[in-house]
Every structure is written in structure tokens, then in C-alpha cells.
Design a protein around this ligand. Structure first.
Ligand code: PMP
Ligand code: GLU
Length: 394
């Protein structure tokens, strides 16, 4: 009998975390690596949130919390959903987790039976397909291209639906493409979905505030989709709180109560200090973090302009998040510094070795034509990284 389960043996390692670990390792060996692989704001958590955590420690918040989160935090989430998204939820529909990643895993584990299909418009966030597989679901990839700003059309959605389709998962703003679905575009997808009432939608809105065109739309805003949409969100990105590990869902109460049950057997309630801090974060006006979004917007302009100046990189203009997802197929079949580049993984590894810049292969996101570059890094790092890339490929 083998030591490890088939589940873990067949699972892919998170490519984003693996690349970040590799960059850390090379740095420890003395190499000057610029890390543009991890989607992690380079800002500090705002002081008013840190103060709330310090107060929580001093006020002796140290016990287990309710599995689905403190009542006050659920109230703050309900207020946030109403204020920012015009979504009405009650407390039985909210579950707080140890990050949006756990929220997604909960939803998969409580919704999928073996063989249930989950439609994933490509490119999708790296962990979606493995989370689905852990829950014994079957990821069904729908390919999109840079020419349509990596968005899935209603026709593509309909063509992917089979009697086994159980869910559709997407993120908007999208990690890795930065694409933002407008309300009209979501409505057009909803028009297809209403014909298939068994399909549950997972709408991952963790980049909601990092939107450069405005007008964030949620699938659950449509009355005919509300009862079968799970809205996933969290504080990692907008509040620069990646390590605090708090995410949450607003969902039909059947799904939310099942997530509560699942989480109660796996991790219990999320960290109590972090939950207290997030009450303060979510009760604040989103304008308190606008300075980060303004800065990301400047960096987006910078990185697109710099990349457009390199032959072989084809870039679209992402509307949100903090990634660019350039098509690099022009390099496939070429040999650079004696290294054969046959695919996006070869190219990302080449950049790591010859430019000392960490990026992530598009294969990890279900699109092997691109690489993902995070611009959640300083202007100086971005300039230096792209200059090194330019030199390494020319
Ligand atoms: N969804 C998307 C689209 C993401 O990019 C991430 C990355 N952090 C997550 C979910 C998970 O976020 P969290 O840090 O809250 O687990
Ligand atoms: N979501 C981030 C990313 O895509 C963080 C890493 C992760 O959780 O995979 O880089």
C-alpha cells in the first residue's frame, strides 16, 4: 500500500506558491531575484486595521469563535454586501473562513458529487481546477483568447453545458487576466444559465475593489440567479491582508449551512484576532484603500507600456486585479541563450534563470499561450524586471 493517497499524488502543486518558494530559495542562495509571481499587494495592512487587532489581543479575544464567524463580523459582511454590491443576505447565509481559498474548497466539498462537471472559463485562478478535483468533480475548461479580452461568451458557455454540469466558477476581476465582466455581459451569461436550473454559480469577487474601469457587477444581483449563486470574497487583496487569512461567502442558506458543517470538521472558526480586525476593515468606507488602487493603476500603465516595447509580447489592457497576462507564443520554437523554448513553462523558467525574474506559466491557469506577471511590486522593481526580461529575450 502506498504511503500517500491518490488524491494528493495526482494533485498539482499550486504553481503560484511553488514559484514564490523557488524565488525565495534562489534569493537565499544569494541570487538577486525579482518576484513578480505572487499575487500579493506589496503594501502594509492599514494602521487602523492593525490597531483593531492589537486591541483585540489586549481585550483577550483568545477563544474559539463560532465556526461560521463572530456575529459582529457576519453583520459587517452583511452591511458590506448591501453597501458595495446591493446584495441582501441574512446571517444564516454568511460563512467566514480561513481565506477565500478555504471558502472555495468548502463550496466544492459540499456541492460536488463524483463526476459532477464544473465549467471553468480559461484562464482561471490556479487553484480552481485542483480544488474541484479534490472534491471529485471534473473541471471543464472553456478556452478564451486575448482577442476577446479572455472573456467567455454566452455561446461558449452554452456549448460547454452537459447533463452533468453542476457549477460554473469564475472570478471578475479575473486572476490571472484582469478581465472584468460588465453587468450586461454577466446578464448574457445568466440568460443561458436560467435555462439550466441545476447549475450553481461561484462568483469570486476578491478583486472587486481593484477595478480600474468602475462598475463592479455581481451575478447574485440578478433576481433569477440570487438563489443559486455563491458570492466569494475576502480581505487579502483590497486591504493588503494576505497573511491574516480571512475570506467569506454569501450564499443560499442550504449551501452556507453545509459549509458551516464542513468547516466545523476541518478547521473550526477562523483566527479570532484576524476576525476582529476584519470587522473594522469591512466597516470602513472602501475609499480608505483607494490610495492602493490608484497606485496599482499607475503600475498597470507602466508595465503595459514597458512590455509593449518588447518584441514578442502581446498584451491586452486588463481592467482590474494586478496582473498582466501577455501572450508569448512568438517565442515558442525559438532558442534563447541555447535554451529551447517550446511552451509557456519553458519561457517562465527561462526568465527565472536568465533574467532573474519570477513569473508564472499560463499553463497553471489553463492557458498555455501566456505567462502571468504580477505588478503588485514597486515601480523600481517593475522597471528593473522588465528591463531584464527585455535583455534576456532580445
Ligand atoms: N480567488 C482568487 C481569484 C485569488 O486570486 C485568490 C488569491 N489569493 C484567492 C481566491 C484566495 O484568496 P485568500 O487569500 O483569501 O485565500
Ligand atoms: N492568489 C494569489 C496568486 O494567485 C496568491 C497565491 C495563491 O494563493 O495561490 O498569486
Amino acid at each position: 500500500m502506498s504511503t500517500l493517497s491518490n488524491r494528493v499524488v495526482t494533485m498539482a502543486t499550486s504553481a503560484t506558491l511553488a514559484m514564490a518558494a523557488k524565488a525565495r530559495e534562489l534569493r537565499a542562495e544569494g541570487k538577486d531575484i525579482i518576484g513578480l509571481s505572487l499575487g500579493e499587494p506589496d503594501f502594509n495592512t492599514p494602521d487602523f486595521i492593525k490597531d483593531a487587532a492589537i486591541n483585540a489581543i489586549n481585550e483577550d479575544y483568545n477563544s474559539y469563535t463560532p465556526v461560521d464567524g463572530y456575529g459582529e463580523l457576519k453583520e459587517a459582511i452583511i452591511t458590506k454586501f448591501k453597501r458595495d454590491n446591493d446584495l441582501t443576505y441574512n446571517a444564516s447565509q454568511i460563512v467566514v473562513s480561513t481565506g477565500a481559498k478555504q471558502s472555495l474548497a468548502n463550496v466544492a466539498l459540499v456541492s460536488l458529487n463524483p463526476g459532477d462537471e464544473v465549467i471553468l472559463p480559461c484562464p482561471y485562478w490556479v487553484s480552481y481546477s485542483d480544488i474541484v478535483k479534490i472534491a471529485e468533480g471534473v473541471p471543464v475548461e472553456v478556452k478564451t483568447s486575448i482577442n476577446t479580452n479572455f472573456k467567455m461568451t454566452p455561446e461558449q458557455l452554452e456549448a460547454a453545458i452537459t447533463p452533468k454540469t453542476k457549477m460554473l466558477w469564475y472570478s471578475s476581476p479575473c486572476n490571472p487576466s484582469g478581465s472584468v465582466y460588465s453587468k450586461e455581459e454577466l446578464r448574457a451569461l445568466a440568460d443561458v444559465l436560467v435555462k439550466y436550473p441545476q447549475i450553481i454559480v461561484v462568483s469570486d469577487e476578491i478583486y472587486e475593489h481593484i477595478n480600474y474601469v468602475g462598475g463592479h457587477a455581481s451575478m447574485a444581483q440578478f433576481e433569477d440567479m440570487y438563489d443559486r449563486t455563491v458570492t466569494v470574497n475576502g480581505v487579502s487583496k483590497a486591504f493588503a491582508m494576505t497573511g491574516w487569512r480571512i475570506g467569506y461567502i454569501g450564499a443560499p442558506s442550504t449551501i452556507a449551512r453545509a459549509c458551516n458543517k464542513m468547516q466545523g470538521q476541518i478547521t473550526s472558526g477562523a483566527n479570532c484576532i484576524a476576525q476582529r480586525a476584519v470587522i473594522t476593515a469591512l466597516n470602513a468606507n472602501p475609499s480608505t484603500v483607494q490610495y492602493m488602487i490608484d497606485e496599482f493603476k499607475n503600475r498597470r500603465r507602466l508595465i503595459i507600456d514597458l512590455l509593449q516595447d518588447i518584441d514578442g509580447f502581446t498584451c491586452n489592457e486588463p481592467d482590474g486585479a494586478f496582473y498582466v497576462f501577455p501572450d508569448v507564443t512568438a517565442f515558442f520554437g525559438k532558442t534563447l541563450n541555447g535554451v529551447a523554448i517550446n511552451n509557456a513553462s519553458d519561457f517562465a523558467l527561462y526568465l527565472l534563470e536568465y533574467a532573474n525574474v519570477a513569473t508564472v506559466t499560463g499553463d497553471a491557469f489553463g492557458n498555455g499561450n501566456s505567462i502571468r506577471i504580477s505588478y503588485a511590486a514597486s515601480v523600481d522593481e517593475i522597471k528593473e524586471a522588465i528591463a531584464r526580461i527585455k535583455k534576456a529575450v532580445s
